[in-house]
Design a binder for this molecule. Structure first.
Ligand code: PLP
Length: 285
């Protein structure tokens, strides 16, 4: 089946989906993005993803180019045209096309808008989750505003590749005090020996994951105690369970960190329960 992308007001065949060479996203990584899960053909947590998109745009002083209602229609139409049942919709908004100059372009320059959507192999994802993933740690080298979901992802790209090179699926950024910040494309969690669920508090140093936000409700429902604080790599080695969260992976058990098995080296029971129950708490529109 041929794919379709939405590019600056038009639905075009994916293979022809292009942006201008002077789009500021291309020139300066001057833009933001969102990734929203699609389940059963419906958007998961659209409201929260759109709120975060508006916040990211606001922090970079890029004007939202259309109403949320109109944009919601674009998202749904892109999902429909690509016949996505279970997958993701990807949104990118940039400061638009202008003659190359670091400073902002003239007022009235229209932001660039791209939307793509694709199916995921749910069975394959469940297989990965049933085995769990390996994680490595890398030194934090990103800018201090990673709370903005900017398309400027070079450190994340290099970290993810370092993980791949070492046979792992994710890299956790670690600060100078050896505390875990977050993954290259996920938030990081551990469950301690006394069954406390630990994750770093929200600040400019992490992306406030939508999955993270929803999971707090799941934890409460499961009667699990949340301890929002930084945790060290050594604590993670000694944890009963570990996992990562993101819209595309939901709750993904971590079974190994820097080649050391976590718990018994198998996906943890609590992590697996949280994964199973997540969608009961997510908003599906
Ligand atoms: N942290 C980073 C750096 C990410 O890139 C992502 C998702 O892409 C997340 C956390 C998790 O965010 P969400 O749960 O909204 O997908």
């Amino acid at each position: 089946m041929s794919r379709t992308a939405y590019v600056n007001g038009r639905y075009v065949p994916h293979r022809d989906a292009c942006v201008h060479v002077e789009d500021r996203g291309y020139q300066f990584a001057d833009g933001v993005y969102e990734v929203c899960e699609i389940r059963g053909g419906r958007l998961v947590d659209e409201r929260r993803h759109m709120q975060r998109l508006l916040r990211s745009l606001g922090e970079l002083r890029i004007a939202m180019p259309m109403t949320l209602e109109a944009f919601g229609l674009v998202l749904r139409e892109t999902v429909r045209r690509n016949r996505v049942r279970d997958g993701i919709v990807y949104v990118q908004m940039t400061r638009g096309v202008a003659r190359r100059d670091h400073a902002f372009p003239p007022a009235g320059t229209r932001p660039g808008v791209v939307v793509t959507a694709r199916n995921h192999d749910l069975a394959a994802a469940e297989r990965v989750a049933s085995e769990g993933i390996a994680v490595i740690t890398v030194p934090e080298n990103r800018w201090p505003r990673v709370d903005i979901k900017s398309v400027s992802l070079l450190p994340n790209v290099l970290a993810k590749q370092a993980a791949r090179d070492q046979g792992a699926k994710e890299a956790w950024f670690v600060d100078a005090d050896d505390t875990v910040i977050e993954g290259s494309s996920s938030n990081a969690w551990i469950i301690t020996a006394d069954r406390k669920v630990v994750t770093r508090p929200v600040s400019n140093a992490i992306l406030r994951g939508i999955t993270r936000t929803v999971l707090l409700e799941v934890l409460a429902d499961h009667g699990l105690e949340l301890d929002e604080r930084a945790f060290t790599v050594s604590e993670a080695y000694a944890a009963r369970e570990a996992f990562v969260t993101s819209a595309s992976q939901i709750v993904m058990p971590v079974v190994c960190i820097n080649d050391r098995p976590i718990g018994n080296g198998m996906p943890g029971l609590v992590s697996s329960d949280l994964r199973r129950d997540f969608h009961r708490f997510a908003e599906v529109g």
